[in-house]
Design a protein around this ligand. Structure first.
Ligand code: PBG
Length: 332
């Protein structure tokens, strides 16, 4: 229904913007620390951390330091952390076997976090790219990304993560049928309470560039991901993907990237009314940070404005590299 607005001057819409108190009263959306999921990068070693050049302020950390960072994040009120591995080069192979190694660095980091902060929800990423020699999320056979064989590997990978203590499995690979296959395997493996947050509407985006640096997949990627990730021109297709993943057993869904796809977030939330998340990806973070470093944008303000946009678009929460900084601001 279209709201009716009285004519000027009975309607002076500026009345409710006059003071901070009234603006507070009529404010429609609020960002809370509890809405934030913090993506982190784990590397080999102990007591090691190194900055990622294309993501100012973001570190690769060894598992022990991830656990320490998780504890600090928990102290700030952040409820969930998402772990991405920087796999050593010699562990990237054509068969991607490291992906389901119970002791791979991602699984070790999951255990370290759960041990240090059991209350922290740990989310994972399910896709083969950090373990694949060619940077793709699935197996490549004759130049094609093969679906069903990849799904079998993703199931093994997800099970290993659940066994390491992951609370939320995040399939980011965009293969067909993976949510149902993972859900069945979790059920038969006794992991009834492990959630699936499906990267349901994941676009083939150029905004992932800095992330691929962070996980060391930049040089590796041969070709593009256009045969499995979505065309940026589409949004009806996102609704089909979300519906499909919900039917297969996803508990929550994600739209990714975030800022360029707020319209998709809104459509997903309106259509399904399920827990909906956006991923404010590495490139979004990097472009804001770059402008801030140049003095062209005000850091805190642009960060908070970008995050409230997700709430306005209907998201329940957001994965963002800004999580600790935003939490500090929100906590005052
Ligand atoms: C891997 C994956 C990617 C991101 C999250 N999981 C990259 C890709 O699909 O190429 C990107 C996250 C970011 O850019 O912050 N499947």
């Amino acid at each position: 229904m279209k709201p009716t607005v009285a004519p000027y001057p009975s309607a002076r819409l500026r009345r409710v913007r006059k003071t901070a108190a009234v603006r507070g009263l009529v404010r429609e959306n609020l960002l809370s620390v509890q809405d934030l999921i913090w993506p982190v990068f784990v590397r080999e070693g102990k007591g090691e951390e190194e900055p990622i050049a294309s993501m100012p302020g973001v570190m690769r950390r060894s598992a022990d330091l991830i656990a320490k960072a998780a504890k600090e994040a928990h102290g700030l009120g952040i409820g969930a952390i998402c772990i991405f591995p920087y796999t050593p080069l010699h562990q990237r192979t054509e068969d991607c076997a490291e992906a389901w190694n119970p002791d791979n660095i991602a699984n070790r980091a999951i255990r370290a976090v759960k041990e240090a902060v059991p209350e922290m929800a740990v989310m994972t990423d399910v896709a083969l790219d950090p373990y694949n020699i060619n940077g793709h999320d699935g197996f490549v056979v004759d130049g094609k990304i093969v679906n069903d064989r990849t799904v079998e590997a993703l199931v093994r990978m997800a099970l290993a993560q659940a066994e390491a203590g992951a609370d939320i499995i995040g399939p980011s690979d965009m293969m067909d049928g993976r949510i149902g296959a993972i859900r069945n395997a979790l059920e038969s493996g006794g992991h009834h309470e492990v959630m699936i947050l499906s990267y349901a509407a994941k676009y083939a985006s150029s905004f992932y560039g800095p992330f691929r640096d962070a996980v060391g997949a930049t040089g590796a990627l041969t070709g593009d991901k256009n045969t499995y990730q979505m065309d940026p021109a589409n949004s009806d297709e996102a609704l089909r993907l979300v519906e499909r993943d919900l039917n297969e057993g996803a508990d929550m869904v994600m739209v990714k990237p975030g800022m360029p796809y707020l319209d998709t977030c809104r459509r997903v939330k309106d259509m399904f009314g399920v827990p909906t998340f956006a991923y404010q990806v590495s490139g979004e973070y990097a472009m804001m940070q770059a402008a801030v470093q140049n003095g062209w944008l005000e850091g805190d303000k642009v960060m908070m404005e970008s995050l409230i946009a997700f709430k306005r678009a209907g998201c329940d929460g957001v994965l963002t590299y800004f999580a600790p900084a935003a939490a500090r601001l929100l906590n005052g």
